[in-house]
Design a protein around this ligand. Structure first.
Ligand code: IPM
Ligand code: MG
Length: 359
């Protein structure tokens, strides 16, 4: 088991350290494993002048799974996009062909009161946002800022999807829905964008092979409204790169804190990249404040998807749950009468719980 650990920037470093501890606790001596660390994002830029240093990409290529913290630094604001920390992450996803981004949105019963939405709206919420990761405005050409003969500057990005790109994410989405509650909502903007008309057509075509799944469609604006109005109507929601990026942040907040949500980016084989959905929050980085649970839950997804270690993954998840049940909270999910802890203490509590739950 070769695991590349890429903490990245900001709180990515804080939370990844805790996720690594939890991983080591759950793996124990049962299975030989190798963990190797490398810089990405702003850290990559500092270390090697590249948000995705060649050595980091090489390590990721030869690993079975990648555990990532986050990529993004305040300096991004005055760096060219090509040197931006987030671009390192985008290039990594693309280079490894990780096109299917699983962002489960799950309401822990203990945290119902921490959501900004009413308990009766979010209680029991359990949905999956599936985001396409290798196409769309993020990668379409032409792109850039040019100057017209008139002297006017123009910014251009291109929304582009090939039918096969839509097809492969559609299959992943239908399979995920048939393993869950059999409902798939595809998000597009087919009323305005040709690319999204193609998206919808392909979804419908692929859907014919999955008669057990009920397919519906929503325009992205309506989808964002439905997400905050009645999120429990959703089982699996599939969207392109840009819409999926936006909707998954919104959906994350339904659960009280984006600090709770893990994600997995998968390709054609078992290799995957696992990262918390939250960003790098430079304002609280290195201050022992960030919530490490999303990173720890991402490590659980890593064990489940890349190594088929379901029992270990479940043990990590039960450990997280038991720490919440015991009343421990980081600042982002703090509620009255609960016990406030920092990043490191939260990580230690989960690690202890993993040992306690051992067999
Ligand atoms: C995410 C992030 C990234 C994205 C950024 C950091 C490039 O927002 O993973 O959702 O847009 O994909
Ligand atoms: Mg995002």
């Amino acid at each position: 088991m070769k695991i590349a650990v890429l903490p990245g920037d900001g709180i990515g470093k804080d939370v990844t350290a805790e996720a690594v501890k939890a991983l080591k606790a759950v793996l124990g001596n049962a299975q030989p494993y190798e963990m190797q660390e490398a810089p990405i994002g702003g850290a990559g830029y500092e270390a090697a002048g590249d948000p995705l240093p060649p050595a980091t990409l090489e390590l990721a290529r030869k690993s079975d799974a990648i555990l990532l913290g986050g990529a993004g630094v305040p300096e991004d604001e005055h760096r060219p996009p090509s040197a931006g920390a987030g671009i390192g992450l985008l290039r990594l996803r693309k280079a490894l062909g990780l096109f299917a981004n699983f962002r489960p949105v799950f309401m822990f019963p203990e945290l119902v009161g921490a959501s900004t939405l009413k308990p009766e709206v979010v209680e029991g919420l359990d949905m999956l946002i599936l985001r396409e990761l290798n196409g769309d405005l993020y990668f379409g050409e032409p792109r850039g800022v040019t100057t017209e003969p008139s002297g006017e500057r123009v910014g251009i990005n291109t929304m582009r999807y090939t039918a096969s790109e839509v097809e492969r994410i559609a299959h992943v989405a239908f399979r995920a829905a048939s393993r869950r509650r059999g409902k798939l909502c595809s998000v597009d903007k087919a009323n305005v964008l040709e690319t999204m008309q193609l998206w919808r057509e392909v979804m419908v075509e692929v859907g014919r092979a999955y008669p057990d799944v009920e397919l519906s469609h929503l325009y992205v604006d309506a989808a964002s409204m439905a997400l905050v109005r009645n999120p429990r109507q959703f089982d699996v929601m599939v969207a392109g790169n840009v819409f999926g990026d936006i909707l998954s942040d919104a959906a994350a907040m339904l659960t009280g804190s984006i600090g709770m949500l893990p994600s997995a980016s998968l390709g054609a084989d078992r290799k995957g990249l696992y990262e918390p959905v939250h960003g790098t929050a430079p304002d609280i980085a290195g201050r022992d404040i960030a919530n490490p649970l999303a990173a720890i839950l991402s490590a659980a997804m890593l064990l489940r998807h890349s190594f088929e270690r379901e029992a270990d993954a479940a043990r990590m998840e039960r450990a997280v749950r038991s720490v919440l049940q015991a009343g421990y909270r980081t600042a982002d999910i703090m509620q009255p009468a609960m016990r406030a802890v920092g990043t490191v203490e939260m990580g230690e509590l989960v690690t202890e719980a993993i040992h306690r739950l051992d067999h």
